[in-house]
Ligand binder design. Structure first.
Ligand SMILES: *Cc1c(COP(=O)(O)O)cnc(C)c1O
Length: 250
């Protein structure tokens, strides 16, 4: 069938771009898994679609991507609503204010950025009193990852390694939340392999609290290989899949 309008032509062209970059990312993941002696099925690709339109989510879902990440509620909520007919999971990966917890809990399957007790309480309350239980689209419990600041600098969010256990225990004790594992962003100026080694140690601490909490969310476009070598189960990929980000929508 021939495309019949310019918007249809644009859609077909964009689909081709996304298919090509997805193939490249999948090849990198395959090579990194082979090098690490891990099955590719161990690694979930989370497509970080921040600043990109819902149409890109739809195209990637059509290409087989099932997990999507966003870092701002103002942008994520309408995008999730536009894509409510798709069988996909939403991952919230950005810094989260406690007063936004209720909103994020409506559409998120996984929150990667839980780094303080107050946020644990807000998320738990939001899940228990919110619309979440009424929605079929999201599971009853909200999976939460402890975001770790591997160098101890709180600037980009995250609890220092010494505080990981306390946050993990709070999530484990909070009704409505499921302790899923750990997440980190490799700090600038630190070798990614060293950063992800510290995260691996934090993962071991979290698994003392809950043995099944085995998610390790690590690795972005530039450092997915060392993340997979260090045991990442979830990689969060933006630019390598979707191209340069658009200016922030305010
Ligand atoms: C934007 C973002 C990503 C994706 O980064 P890329 O370098 O574009 O792949 C991953 N994780 C978090 C927390 C992000 O904010």
């Amino acid at each position: 069938m021939f495309p019949t309008s310019s918007s249809e032509l644009g859609r077909v062209a964009r689909r081709g771009e996304l298919a090509a970059s997805l193939a490249e990312v999948r090849a990198r993941v395959g090579a990194a898994c082979a090098a690490a002696g891990r099955p590719v099925g161990d690694v979930t690709l989370v497509a970080v679609t921040k600043t990109r339109p819902a149409s890109d989510v739809r195209l990637l879902a059509g290409l087989g991507v099932t997990d999507f990440g966003e870092n701002r509620d103002q942008e994520a909520a309408p995008k999730a609503a536009e894509c409510a007919d798709l069988a996909i999971r939403w991952h919230f990966v950005g810094q989260l204010q406690a007063n936004k917890a209720g909103h994020v809990a409506r559409y998120a399957h996984v929150v990667h950025s839980v780094d303080r007790i107050r946020l644990v309480r807000s998320l738990g309350r939001a899940v228990r009193v919110g619309d979440r239980a009424a929605e079929d689209a999201v599971p009853r419990d909200l999976t939460c990852l402890v975001q770790v600041s591997v160098d101890g600098d709180p600037a980009r969010g995250g609890v220092p390694p010494g505080g990981v256990r306390e946050v993990a225990e709070a999530i484990e004790a909070e009704p409505g939340l499921a302790l899923g594992g750990v997440m980190a962003v490799a700090p600038l100026g630190m070798e990614p392999a060293s950063a992800f080694a510290v995260l691996g140690e934090c993962s071991a601490v979290v698994r003392l609290v809950r043995p099944g909490a085995a998610i390790i969310s690590a690795g972005m476009s530039a450092d997915l290989e060392p993340a997979i070598a260090a045991g990442a189960t979830h990689i969060r990929i933006g630019t390598a899949l979707l191209g340069a980000r658009r200016p922030p929508v305010l």
